[in-house]
Ligand binder design. Structure first.
Ligand code: NAP
Length: 249
């Protein structure tokens, strides 16, 4: 009997959920609960942390999970580590569904940095208008460079004051288009972009827009996670899972 846990929070996770639902799989979808109105899924859905690797291991046992697909964002490092530890402990099969990182092409002006602190350090000293395309969780670090005006793009309007003195924000949920992002960058007179190397197509629009406008990008590398089986497409994950005809057995 196969019972699957999908760790979600990405468009790839939603695509996988659709494929599993269509195949009649016995599967549970999990959200961290970071956004006010997460995308509805065609699978039974739970929301909120498990309580670390131990909590996740307990959940796997209690729910009789046989396979975990970690389809979280490449920067959700803690969840990814917890999934490896919990699956190891419980003898549950694990794979990750992960988009390949973006690679610079002709015309791109990308400066790669290892983490958020290095992205802050890489910002110029002279005041600039920066599109800080990194979500809301690691904004605090940029308070070290308060001279810049920061444009943020958030899924939900902030409930508390932002930790940066000069900001504007737009509320929007991807996928985005290069045309739309060009208009955004032009409209806000952006000088440079800070982004995470998330990979995938929907979030790539800002990089294509940056190339078209000749803007530099400070690109934060992905955090390290323990080795695990990785697939880069929903089809490959579906092939790895027990045969579709038996999914719901
Ligand atoms: P994180 O730092 O790796 O995770 C922190 C904690 O949040 C985890 O230890 C876990 O809590 C809980 N958690 C994370 N993902 C979960 C899931 N799918 N289901 C249940 N609990 C989850 O993760 P994060 O960077 O805050 O990301 C949170 C969510 O946002 C993830 O679903 C991720 O896919 C999505 N997301 C993240 C980014 C990003 O840039 N980081 C961008 C887009 C979307 P417990 O330890 O209590 O289990």
């Amino acid at each position: 009997m196969t019972r699957i846990l999908v760790l979600g929070g990405t468009s790839e996770a939603s695509q996988l959920a659709r494929a599993l639902a269509q195949g009649g799989a016995d599967a549970v979808f999990s959200y961290a609960g970071r956004t006010a109105a997460p995308v509805a899924q065609p699978l039974p859905t739970r929301v909120g942390g498990f309580g670390g690797a131990e909590g996740l291991a307990e959940f796997l046992r209690a729910e009789g999970i046989t396979h975990v697909v970690d389809a979280t964002h490449p920067f959700a490092a803690q969840m990814r580590r917890n999934a490896v530890a919990a699956c190891d402990r419980e003898g549950v099969s694990l794979c990750a569904l992960e988009r390949a990182p973006w690679q610079a092409g002709p015309g791109d002006d990308w400066r790669h940095v290892p983490d958020t602190a290095a992205a802050v350090a890489a910002l110029p000293e002279a005041p600039a208008r920066v599109f800080l395309a990194i979500g809301k969780q690691t904004l605090d670090a940029f308070a070290e460079k308060p001279q810049h005006h920061y444009l943020l793009r958030l899924v939900d309007a902030p409930k508390a004051p932002l930790p940066l003195p000069k900001t504007s924000f737009v509320i929007a949920r991807g996928p985005f288009t290069a045309e739309g992002d060009r208009a955004l960058l032009r409209g806000h007179a952006i000088d440079l972009i800070v982004a995470k190397n998330a990979g995938g197509s929907g979030a790539r629009a800002k990089l294509d827009a940056a190339r078209a406008l000749g803007l530099p990008v400070i690109l934060i590398d992905r955090p390290d996670v323990p080795a695990r089986r990785v697939f880069d497409s929903v089809e490959a994950v579906m092939d790895w899972l027990p045969h579709p005809a038996r999914l719901g057995e």
